[in-house]
Design a protein around this ligand. Structure first.
Ligand SMILES: *Cc1c(COP(=O)(O)O)cnc(C)c1O
Length: 358
């Protein structure tokens, strides 16, 4: 038997979520973020479903090339830019846009003889302290870029929010002010907001929004689920029940025997595990959907299997469909039970999970 694990990707849900982005940020262009293999959903299939976006954002040159090879001509932005002269040459050969965040990248640009125009997004560090130029350096950086004939003018500017997933966190407003002050009087397009920023901070929308997680139907906020924000999960991860056991009170289940049956009971075994990307840290009680009803995980997650408490579900049968997350069970809930975030679960499904498109 081939393993029954698959991730069904609802392309219409992706389009509907893009529509929600448009409704939330009606005056902004949309750079759909499709890095990490389209957050696990399949890079090219996602981009083709989201061709109505104004452009795409990726983290790696390979991803940008795959979009061009698929015939996608929309703007593609490398969110971390290039790291050496060879990468810069590839960027120029394929008309990618780049984020410029460091002095070494600017030096590479100055050393190159640009054969074609290049659009540069200057990244400002407004308080996240990961990538970007400090506002105090901006005037000098801009002057050097403006001296390069083939760098498109006016320059474009972006920054990234560190705490927008917490709606009440004052850091977003501090970053917004910093961005605003640093760019005072400069022409050129601006972009500040990821999903949480565009939903939670109207002032952060600017010319371009950069949604990732919300396109996939998942909430960027700690205190909300995707469906509560009008989003539809695009990925449903599913498998099947491969065994049903009648166990006795006191029987310990799985590795380490960490979960012990409190009474005589039925336990189901489903064919999915951490080898597929299901989180090993999912705690006992993590919900899965069996025939549409929630049943709790019991025992440790193995590489290829999980065990389920079937008490109260006498009608289930071997072969029944088991949904790990997606439609009817937001990945955010599973993530909370595994002490992580939906982003990690979606991007963490492994190569042995079949992606199927509806
Ligand atoms: C990943 C990323 C995004 C998208 O963030 P979400 O929280 O998934 O919406 C936006 N901008 C940059 C620079 C990113 O790296």
């Amino acid at each position: 038997m081939t393993r029954p694990v698959r991730a069904r990707i609802d392309l219409q849900a992706l389009q509907q979520n893009l529509h929600q982005v448009r409704v939330s940020a009606p005056h902004s262009k949309v750079m759909a973020v499709v890095k990490a293999n389209g957050y696990g959903h399949g890079l090219v299939a996602v981009a083709e479903a989201l061709l109505e976006a104004d452009g795409f954002g990726v983290a790696r040159l390979e991803e940008a090339l795959a979009l061009r090879q698929a015939g996608i001509r929309k703007p593609v932005t490398l969110l971390e830019g290039f790291t050496n002269a060879a990468e810069l040459e590839t960027v120029l050969g394929h008309d990618f846009e780049v984020v410029l965040h460091s002095e070494y990248q600017l030096a590479l640009l100055e050393a190159a003889r640009l054969p074609v125009p290049l659009r540069v997004w200057v990244k400002l560090d407004t308080g996240m302290h990961r990538l970007g130029f400090l506002p105090a350096c901006l005037a000098e950086i801009a002057r050097r870029l403006e001296a390069l004939p083939l760098v498109r003018q006016p320059l474009a500017y972006l920054s990234h929010l560190a705490c927008a997933d917490e709606r009440a966190n004052p850091v977003s407003e501090v970053q917004h002010r910093c961005f605003e002050d640093a760019l005072q009087g400069r022409p050129g397009e601006r972009s500040l907001a990821n999903s949480a920023g565009l939903l939670g901070w109207p002032a952060a929308r600017y010319d371009w929004v950069r949604p990732g997680i919300m396109l996939y139907g998942v909430s960027p906020f700690q205190d909300a689920l995707g469906p509560e924000l009008g989003l539809r999960p695009a990925m449903t991860l599913e498998t099947r029940l491969i065994a049903i056991r009648e166990l006795c009170r006191g029987d310990a289940i799985g590795y380490g025997g960490s979960w012990v049956c409190p009474e005589d009971m039925r336990v189901g075994v489903a064919a999915i595990g951490y080898g597929d990307g299901y989180p090993r840290h999912a705690a006992a009680g993590t919900p899965v959907l069996l025939r549409g009803s929630r049943v709790p995980l019991v025992g440790r997650v193995s590489m290829d299997m999980i065990t389920l408490d079937l008490r109260g579900h006498e009608d289930v049968q071997i072969g029944d469909r088991v949904v790990l997350w997606g439609e009817g069970l937001p990945v955010e809930e599973v993530a909370a039970a595994a002490d992580t975030i939906g982003y990690e679960l979606l991007t963490g499904i492994t190569g042995r999970v079949q992606l199927e498109y509806d």
